[in-house]
Write a protein that binds this ligand. Structure first.
Ligand code: SF4
Length: 103
């Protein structure tokens, strides 16, 4: 039996962005392991999203675009996040497609 890697289909082809609710972040660093291009732990021990030019975005609710090649890694991060605090949403209508508030 082959094990198939789950490929996200929800939101595919649409521009997505991701943000972290630091109030719930446990600082375990899972997201930064899965998608270091998008997530990084700061010295305060919490995870933040990064801009396309690698700058840590520390304003509450700051979002960064999800590059399509990294979608699987970002979605896996949201699924595995122990704090349930990684939110992936459509840019167009801000509807969450992956994360604790996804329908
Ligand atoms: S996986 Fe979730 S709880 Fe863990 S560091 Fe990342 S945002 Fe924080």
């Amino acid at each position: 039996m082959t094990v198939q890697h789950e490929v996200p289909t929800e939101g595919a082809g649409e521009a997505l962005e991701v943000w972290i609710d630091q109030d719930l972040c446990t600082g375990d660093g899972i997201c930064a392991q899965y998608a270091p291009e998008v997530f990084e732990l700061d010295i305060d021990g919490l995870a933040y999203v990064k801009s396309a030019d690698d700058e840590l975005l520390q304003e509450p609710g700051a979002t960064t675009p999800v590059p399509l090649p990294l979608l699987t890694d970002v979605v896996d991060s949201a699924k595995e996040c122990p704090g349930d605090c990684i939110h992936v949403r459509r840019v167009s209508d801000r509807v969450e497609v992956y994360g604790p508030d996804a329908g």
